[in-house]
Design a protein around this ligand. Structure first.
Ligand code: CA
Length: 150
């Protein structure tokens, strides 16, 4: 895999005459490869849905709602969300766990969250600053699915 990345960088450098932006391009391509091969792929779905509608859509058409378990996956998700948009991700209340019931260790809470406003905020949304907050599951938002072989 490392060899592939180096080879890829070399080819891009040759094709694009060694400009600085070439290195950046090949680096982001490398991190996309890493995400795809070693972790999972994320897909942005631009359809408004409640949290449970979003979950069933993802389970039907992909694997599940997005589960974000480390910084690399967090960056991969960030790249998909348009500016100013909030999305559902697959994280649920106490004990905080992912859509597949695995425990959540990686967190990106807004400092005032999770506040369980009204005692009914059991689902999690990623805001436009890419931080998380608990929200009422019946609200409608666009969302991120994931797919992968894991
Ligand atoms: Ca909240």
């Amino acid at each position: 895999f490392v060899l592939l990345c180096v080879l890829n960088m070399y080819i891009l450098n040759v094709q694009l005459n060694d400009k600085v932006c070439v290195c950046l391009t090949s680096f982001s391509y490398a991190s996309w490869l890493l995400t795809e091969l070693n972790v999972k792929q994320y897909v942005f779905i631009a359809t408004l849905a409640t949290c449970s509608e979003a979950q069933s859509y993802c389970r039907t058409h992909h694997t599940d709602l997005a589960m974000i378990e480390n910084e690399a996956e967090n960056s991969a998700v960030k790249q998909l969300i348009p500016v100013g948009v909030n999305v559902w991700i697959g994280l649920y209340r106490v004990p905080w766990s992912w859509s597949d019931k695995s425990p959540s260790l990686f967190r990106r809470w807004v400092s005032s969250e999770p506040n369980n406003n009204g005692g009914i905020q059991n689902c999690v949304c990623e805001n436009t600053a890419h931080m998380w907050g608990d929200e009422t599951c019946s609200g409608t938002k666009v969302f991120i699915c994931e797919r992968g072989d894991y």
